[in-house]
Design a protein around this ligand. Structure first.
Ligand SMILES: [Zn+2]
Length: 148
């Protein structure tokens, strides 16, 4: 895929793994300009007790204010929820690279319909780690995606 940096997907996995090792949700995210990392983060719901601290939100917070997101790409280990997809659209991020949407997905068309380029790379390490977490801690997972 053009303009998709698999090293940054590997970085998302490492961030997801760090969160998993802390007892949190294994979802990591990187904001980049080409190969240059602008910011990175991972889900902090458990670690910070913060319900909106999804991986993408933590990454965007850590990246700080940006005059424009037009040339930036957001990488994430898991397909974005509607909160994060809405933030992507709100901020004018035009390219999102998703490691996997096997464990969660459904907002890809929402993004595409609003002009966001969405690439899905099907990274098996991210898929396996997320599946392992969901099997181990289903209640925490359901809380994260607000499933009842
Ligand atoms: Zn989210």
């Amino acid at each position: 895929m053009p303009n998709v940096n698999l090293h940054l997907i590997a970085r998302c996995y490492d961030l997801a793994r760090k969160s998993y090792d802390e007892g949190g949700l294994p979802i990591g995210s990187v904001l980049a300009r080409g190969a240059e990392v602008i910011g990175e983060g991972h889900n902090q719901r458990v670690q910070h007790g913060d319900p909106i601290a999804h991986g993408e939100m933590d990454c965007l917070r850590n990246a700080g204010r940006q005059p424009s997101y037009a040339g930036l790409t957001l990488y994430t280990s898991l397909s974005p929820c509607m909160m994060c997809a809405g933030t992507i659209v709100q901020f004018g991020i035009r390219h999102v690279v998703i490691a996997e949407n096997t464990n969660f997905g459904g907002n890809e068309d929402f993004l595409r319909e609003r002009g966001v380029r969405v690439d899905i790379v099907d990274d098996p390490r991210c898929t396996d780690l997320m599946a392992r977490f969901i099997a181990e801690k289903p209640a925490l997972w359901n809380e994260d995606i607000a499933a009842s």
